[in-house]
Design a protein around this ligand. Structure first.
Ligand code: SF4
Length: 72
């Protein structure tokens, strides 16, 4: 099991993550990326426990502000 977290405040809405990994990321009306199916953690960021990381790792590497975190 892995955990994917997205730190909303840092996100600049560039849409790289949703282009690379539409399974886990989408852009919403607030101009920020969201993790599909995520819960909000205490800091107000999106957090998702996923069985497989798949493309999320490539999305995290491509994020220009490095606000996607993956814990394995
Ligand atoms: S790649 Fe990073 S900065 Fe760009 S939309 Fe996704 S989370 Fe936001």
């Amino acid at each position: 099991m892995a955990r994917i977290t997205l730190e909303k405040e840092k996100c600049i809405g560039c849409a790289s993550c949703s282009a690379i990994c539409p399974k886990y990321f989408e852009l919403k009306d607030d101009g920020k990326a969201h993790i599909i199916g995520a819960q909000k953690n205490q800091a107000g960021n999106d957090e998702l426990d996923a069985e497989k990381i798949e493309c999320a790792e490539a999305a995290a590497e491509a994020c220009p502000v490095l606000c996607i975190y993956i814990e394995k």
